[in-house]
Design a protein around this ligand. Structure first.
Ligand code: GDD
Length: 331
């Protein structure tokens, strides 16, 4: 048994990686994380600002496509838990870069599994699986759950299905502890602004402040089950505390359309959305996943997980974030 719990997070500087790092540090873990070389080093660790002093020496340059770098990361961190959050995670961009997405989001997971199997197969691994894997499969009651067939409709979804399956295969073949969290959309002020929630909130705030005139979106009819990333990283950790590994849907069980998201955010800012919002083909996907709504009963029953944020409180936090951000800039 390793004494101090040590965790390695791939993609630690992403939205969920940064919340997970904070969560695990609060739990007393020593946290390590992989980051990728980027030509703009500024802002690369911006999401880690609040814990930077605690982890700056534990950030390791590594890439899921570079197995020796993964072995170095495992050797340096010597973890009892690995959270695989790194990926090319943007669905529409996966149509522009399908091969890279298949490599990073699919083969990258296999590389990590092999590195763990070589270094120490007793390490517990969390795999960031995704509701995008369901594609347009919906159970008769309108929900997706662990037993819903996987029928992906994007290169990203196809790559995630490969990762999900290869994790199950390694669990069964080698007895390794690997859990798939099938997470539905999760958002926060730290969400990249090319994902729809933060794109809408940031733009609406800028329109309110007179900094922007229009917001151009893609499909307004798609529905998503949006939760808060802070709640979802807790679920990731809870999954790995169970005796046995398994596959778990994590979702709020409530879905809204992109249009309802727009109406809520503009309404909160006391603006008439019809004056500002339009739709353009350039933000449409060649094949769209229309509706997502998750049934997370298995996770809730087995771990006691329950989300603290609602759709509304999550968006309120994001609106406040951008209002404060621009008022600080003006000072
Ligand atoms: N990004 C974006 N930009 N999406 C738009 C826009 C726009 O201008 N206009 C409409 N949408 C619609 C998309 O077509 C989609 O139906 C929905 O808004 C959500 O899009 P995203 O926020 O980009 O998220 P996503 O659902 O494609 O993928 C996210 O969730 C997955 C879990 O289901 C990502 O976080 C994935 O990495 C994650 O696996």
């Amino acid at each position: 048994m390793k004494e101090v719990k040590r965790a390695l997070i791939t993609g630690i500087n992403g939205q969920s990686g940064s919340y997970l790092a904070e969560f695990l540090i609060n739990k007393g873990y020593e946290v390590f994380g992989t980051i990728k070389r980027n030509s703009v080093s500024e802002n690369q660790t911006a999401r880690l600002d609040s814990i930077y002093d605690k982890i700056k020496d534990n950030l390791i340059y590594a890439d899921l496509l570079d197995v020796p770098s993964l072995l170095h990361a495992l050797k340096k961190s010597n973890p009892s838990e690995v959270y695989n959050l790194a990926a090319q995670s943007h669905v529409r961009i996966s149509f522009d870069q399908p091969v890279y997405t298949a490599q990073a989001t699919g083969i990258g997971t296999l590389n990590l599994l092999e590195a763990i199997r070589i270094y120490d197969p007793s390490i517990k691994m969390y795999q960031a699986s995704s509701s995008e894997m369901f594609g347009n499969s919906i159970d008769a009651d309108g929900y997706q759950r662990e037993t819903t067939p996987l029928n992906p409709v994007s290169p990203y979804g196809c790559a995630k299905v490969f990762s999900y399956n290869i994790c199950r295969n390694y669990r069964n073949s080698y007895g390794m502890y690997i859990s798939n969290g099938i997470l539905f959309n999760h958002e926060s002020p730290r969400r990249g602004t090319n994902f729809v929630t933060n794109k809408v909130v940031k733009s609406a705030v800028r329109i309110k402040l007179g900094m922007e005139k229009k917001l151009v979106l893609g499909n307004l009819n798609a529905t998503r089950d949006w939760g808060h990333a802070k709640d979802y990283v807790e679920a990731m950790w809870m999954m790995l505390q169970k005796e046995e590994s398994g596959d778990y849907v994590c979702s709020t069980g409530v879905s809204h359309s992109v249009l309802e998201l727009v109406q809520y955010v503009f309404g909160k800012l006391e603006m008439d959305w019809t004056q500002y919002v339009s739709s353009d083909d350039k933000f449409m996907r060649p094949e769209e996943l229309e509706d997502l709504k998750g049934d997370s009963s298995k996770l809730r029953n087995e771990t006691g997980w329950t989300p603290k944020y609602t759709f509304e409180t999550m968006l309120d936090e994001m609106i406040s974030h951008w209002l404060e951000y621009y008022s600080d800039i003006k000072k």
